[in-house]
Ligand binder design. Structure first.
Ligand code: SOE
Length: 374
């Protein structure tokens, strides 16, 4: 494990749950070594989460012949260097999203894992919310028919305070050099990954971005510096299947903490989902008898619905942390079967291409082709 932040906790928790809830998996994770560049952090993390060893030097994990897999939970600016070195050392890689800061950085990561032939995946966890996986099953069954619209939002409010510094521990997401972008890579990347998984490739985009707070003190230099990230981004697009997409992400929607929502409108039926009520999938089917036709609110908690039979009894809920357990379980299942674990680096590169086209479109005030092959 490289990193000791919020995502390192989410992933470690997932590894710890696997043996109990997915007992049939042939492979089991062993929590070998955790790395943080901040002295003391890795030791404390190792003690709390029961890693066998800790270090401040990630190269030690690559040199360790007992380590088979590297989980990258460090800030975006080091993903490429670590992943390329890890692939070169023959390690499997589970990388936190987004894959990298840019397409230019991401492409060699894809080349490296492909050349080394190592298993790889990127933690776009929301695909594995049971209600979202159910949405995928419903769409793939053809129930929606031709799809006309895909609409998604990811709204937060945690950076409104102008006194909030940028950069350094916990706040690297505000630093353009560490993050690569603002809400586009951090939040819209989730929406784009889910959207292309559910509705196919995004062909071209037209975007606007805004940076509301232009300068912030940098935690590492102590100086007031220009803010380089996008605080908000709105884009519209064409999907390869002819449908129209509309996306918005911001960290300035007062009152919204992590309101990830999407709605898909098809010829026969529509679907909508909301992370704040993540166990429900809203479904409207025009083929229902007209006098009872209306939006159904499906409580996705029954044993025949995706992933649910692993957990409790019908009707009681699971939560955010389970999305990571599901992803880890799918990764280990793929390890047993030899299949690729989606989203692979290759798929995450396509999401990166859309993010980059979005930022380019906003900068040039023009439509941009994404070059995505989905
Ligand atoms: C940002 O606040 C953040 O933690 C993202 O980095 C995550 O990817 C998202 O799932 C929740 O919000």
């Amino acid at each position: 494990m490289i990193g000791t932040g919020f995502m390192a906790r989410a992933h470690t928790n997932a590894y710890k749950r696997l043996g109990d809830f997915f007992p049939e998996l042939g492979h089991r994770p062993v929590l070998s070594t955790v790395c943080s560049r901040t002295p003391g952090r890795a030791e404390a993390f190792a003690e709390q989460w029961e890693y066998q060893k800790f270090t401040t030097n990630w190269q030690e994990l690559l040199d360790d012949r007992n380590i088979d897999a590297i989980d990258i939970c460090a800030p975006n600016d080091v993903h490429a260097e670590i992943a390329i070195a890890a692939a070169g050392a023959g390690k499997m890689i589970l990388c936190e999203k987004p894959l990298a800061r840019t397409v230019e950085e991401a492409q060699p990561m894809v080349d490296a894992v492909n050349a080394a032939g190592v298993m790889n995946t990127v933690w776009y966890n929301y695909r594995r919310v049971p209600a979202v996986t159910l949405a995928k099953q419903i769409i793939d069954s053809g129930k929606l028919g031709r799809i006309f619209h895909y609409r998604a939002n990811f709204l937060q409010d945690w950076t409104i305070n102008p006194e909030l510094p940028q950069g350094g521990e916990a706040l690297w997401r505000l630093d353009i050099n560490a993050a690569g972008s603002g809400v586009t890579g951090d939040l819209l990347a989730h929406c784009i990954d889910t959207a292309m998984w559910l509705n196919g490739g995004i062909r071209d985009v037209s975007a606007v971005t805004e940076t509301f707070i232009k300068e912030r003190k940098h935690q590492l230099t102590g100086q007031v510096e220009k803010v380089g990230i996008d605080d908000a981004c709105i884009f519209h697009c064409h999907f390869d299947n002819g449908s129209l997409g509309l996306f918005e992400a911001t960290r300035y929607a007062r009152g919204q903490k992590a309101l990830y929502t999407f709605e898909i409108n098809g010829e026969h039926a529509s679907i909508r989902w909301d992370l704040h009520d993540q166990n429900r999938l809203e479904y409207f089917d025009h083929n229902d008898e007209s006098i009872v036709r209306g939006w159904r609110s499906i409580h996705v908690s029954d044993s025949d619905q995706p992933y649910i039979k692993r957990w409790w009894i019908p009707g009681v809920c699971i939560g955010y942390e389970h999305t990571f357990v599901h992803h880890a379980a799918d990764f280990f299942h793929c390890l047993d079967t030899g299949e690729a674990c989606s989203p692979t680096f290759e798929e995450a590169l396509e999401t990166q291409k859309v993010c980059e086209a979005v930022l380019e479109s906003a900068a040039t005030r023009s439509w941009q082709k994404t070059g995505v092959h989905w």
